[in-house]
Design a protein around this ligand. Structure first.
Ligand code: HEM
Length: 398
């Protein structure tokens, strides 16, 4: 029994190690697989079909969101309801697109450059930079720096793993402790701000202004739950994307040279493409999970049409879709001229990442601060404790 479990574990590990190969075989011979209550969707066209039909393929996160928020939900855990529209709209009013160029980009540029400059030519990108910058951005821009910078970012990471990865009692225990600490901190931060209103134009202050105006969905509890969801979405994700991008460039010295030239020329558009391609070839996650709410035929009218029974747990494999030659020209090549539709790391459809435009500013800005350095070298391979990188040591001339 123990032997068969170990063998099964090894097989799963092998599949995950070679996921790209597995996906490419499936796209060819069996693009949509249904097996024991689970379904795997691998072609670009079918992945987008699943993610577009949000009323059929529903988000599965509400139960865990309920535990993290202690009895509520957050808009990523909601179907397309009135409350979903209300909450997203409120947060879009308070975290505005124009803030990216006016507040976020200048803050991230300066914070990243300062951290790299203070590091004496040697640093662990994950521990000292890629986790720190988004955490400080939450402090500056949202107005909630956390009770302790490292613990705050670890709490977000624990909750992320609980919400978006397979069930694991140990992960759950850690995440729920983190959730309680984060809730208590945010409750206190909101109460303190209400007792002492500032002239800071941050997201918290803007939420309280909406509350003053009697806007529905802006009670203290609503604000706290929105913040929890945004903090979870913002910190570990950004950190992983930065580390993965730099690691890909270190693995390909010819790309590193070109990216460093772009960094020194402050060619931010080109750096965005370096990030996008690095993430396409080193996917943030295998895919996006949904639950099928009614019997449904994917790719209807084609030879690969597949019935997905109600209740099936579906993985829309965005990693696979981004490598599908039917939509993505020469997908194995690293190219800087791909159209935006080639990328799905920030999701697709109704629940597309709230921070997608922040990401396209923040990730390249952090990466750029490193790439600007001379004689840049990786000291040791990126270390990952699934699902997140924990270390990427580098050196450079000061
Ligand atoms: C930096 C890398 C990031 C990645 C790779 C990423 C990825 C994703 C993905 C794949 C989804 C879709 C989930 C689904 O459909 O089930 C999503 C949604 C979301 N993300 Fe991000 N994200 C990132 C950064 C951020 C940031 C910085 C924020 C906050 C400022 C954020 C907040 C959210 C929220 C709130 C949603 C839910 C949107 C909705 O339900 O309408 N994310 N993200």
């Amino acid at each position: 029994m123990a032997d068969s479990k170990a063998a099964q574990g090894k097989l799963v590990a092998l599949v995950f190690k070679h996921l790209d190969v597995v996906f490419s075989i499936l796209r060819f011979i069996k693009p949509n697989v249904v097996f024991k209550g689970n379904a795997l969707i691998t072609r670009y066209e079918d992945v987008t079909e699943v993610l577009e039909r949000d009323w059929v393929f529903q988000v599965p996160y509400a139960e865990k969101m309920d535990k993290v928020t202690n009895g509520s939900n957050f808009f990523l855990g909601m179907q397309d309801t009135e409350q979903y529209t209300r909450d997203v709209s409120n947060m879009r009013l308070t975290a505005r697109r124009e803030d990216i160029s006016e507040i976020i980009k200048p803050f991230v540029d300066k914070t990243s450059m300062d951290i790299v400059a203070a590091s004496n030519g040697k640093m662990d990108v994950v521990q000292e930079l890629s986790r720190v910058v988004p955490t400080r951005l939450i402090g500056e821009y949202f107005g909630t720096p956390g009770w302790d910078e490292t613990e705050f970012s670890e709490a977000a990471t624990n909750m992320f793993q609980y919400l978006f990865y397979p069930d694991d009692p140990e992960v759950e225990k850690k995440a729920l402790e983190s959730a309680e600490k984060t809730r208590n901190y945010l409750d206190q931060a909101i109460a303190e701000r209400k007792a002492n209103r500032t002239s800071n134009d941050d997201v918290l202050e803007r939420c309280l202004k909406l509350q003053d105006a009697g806007t529905p969905g802006m009670t203290d509890l609503d604000i706290r739950n929105n913040f929890i969801g945004l903090i979870i979405g913002a910190i570990p994700t950004t950190s992983k994307c930065v580390a993965v991008t730099l690691n890909h460039l270190f693995n390909h010295p010819e790309l590193l040279v070109e990216a460093q030239q772009a960094a020194r020329a402050d060619d931010d558009e080109k750096l965005i493409q370096f990030v996008q391609e690095s993430l396409r070839l080193n996917a943030f996650a295998a895919g996006i999970q949904r639950i099928c709410a009614e019997d449904y035929v994917v790719a209807k009218g084609t030879l690969r049409a597949t019935k997905i029974p109600k209740g099936t747990v579906v993985l829309a494999a965005t990693q696979s879709a981004m490598m599908d030659w039917r939509k993505i020209r020469k997908p194995k090549e690293f190219r800087l001229d791909r159209p935006a539709y080639s990328y799905m790391h920030f999701g697709y459809g109704l629940h597309t990442c709230f921070g997608q435009y922040i990401n396209l500013a923040q990730i390249p800005a952090i990466v750029k601060a490193v790439l600007k350095r001379n004689a840049l070298r990786r000291v040791s391979d990126m270390k990952v404790v699934e699902p997140f990188p924990v270390s990427l040591e580098i050196e450079f001339d000061q």
